[in-house]
Ligand binder design. Sequence first.
Ligand SMILES: *Cc1c(COP(=O)(O)O)cnc(C)c1O
Length: 431
Amino acid sequence: MNPFLEAQYHRLGISKEVLSYGEKIEEKLKNRFAEIDARAEYNQLKVIEAMQKNRVNAECFHISTGYGYNDLGRDTLERVYADCFCGEDALVRPQITCGTHALALALMSNLRPGDELLSPVGKPYDTLEEVIGIRPSKGSLAEYGIGYRQVELLPDGSFDYEGIRQAIHENTRMVTIQRSKGYAARPTLSVAKIGELISFIKTIKPDVICMVDNCYGEFVEEKEPLEAGADLIVGSLIKNPGGGLAPIGGYLAGKKECVENAAYRLTSPGLGKEVGASLGVIQSFYQGLFLAPSVVSGALKGAIFAANIYEPLGFATMPDSVESRHDIIQAITFGQKEAMIAFCEGIQSAAPVDSYVTPEPWAMPGYDSDVIMAAGAFVQGSSIELSADGPVKPPYAVYFQGGLTWYHAKLGILSSLQKLYERNLVNIDKV
Ligand SMILES: *Cc1c(COP(=O)(O)O)cnc(C)c1O
């Protein structure tokens, strides 16, 4: 290793032993990293093509206020998103406060009383339980007379086609498919798999709206779900497509009618996409989207590096060290509290922001055990930035994601290993 680099790692607290273990692992990942780089290159060109086609220019970065009529930057960005993700239209707004809000908007605007929503991939993301009304909640779809059904995945993670066929009936208006596993113990779905599921559903009921929760999936593959037959994709700008620069926001892209419905719900019937000042954040949306393919590639390398670092040390990893990747999340099961906490402390200590604070388990609202979180982010709660969290209870699993650059993700993982090594919780000399 370059001596300047080695000395710098030592100054940041990484010992010779941990560094040389990390180097051995990284060496083995050369081919996989090259594949990720090639995919990022493809996606970078895709983003540039969409920006060129829509003649993005300096006027797009002007600040609009008040009603935001004729906001060229906002309207052009929405066409860029639509082209980039292969949709007819898109809604990309700072007024969409987070991913849950974007998903709620998509559902509430496209469903009407008496309709039913189906999840054919098991339980959706925690926050959607309240949106749907699985857990009773003010303003839920259930309160508006919208029904819900769920079909579990089969034990091997595949689709229960027979169960899905039986769950679709006259009132089934919309299907929600979560691409990423989130905090569930099931595999993340590839775009190809999502495509198979959608074709099956459309043969049973062609007019059902297939929505994909695309959180954490953008730019991980060459194709996005709209290219596999989805009608609507939905995500958060403080995850992949914001590229770490967007300070807030969410997006929907897909069929014109579905996006329009969402616009009329976000603002008002009659107003739709015509209002909504961008207040100066729109340039960060453009620049973030421009950087997103590279940022996602760094985060993916970090996730793969982490799996390859921890698996040989005896910890269960999901996805495992060799599996193909369809989102940026990495779960590592430590099996003991001390190791889990040491891991999170290491991630925190490597951050550019708040590196000096020590993450502590705390009783977060809505959880039945303490939760520990590590994050030293420029944007609060941003999970495209290097972050880790998990409930402090058996099996002591940590969910780890992000990293605006591969170098930072690597430092974070080495720092986590350093903490475990110093506390005698791993034996790296044996491997
Ligand atoms: C993050 C996430 C959400 C919710 O997004 P928030 O921005 O946290 O509200 C929904 N679904 C999935 C799969 C996610 O990863």
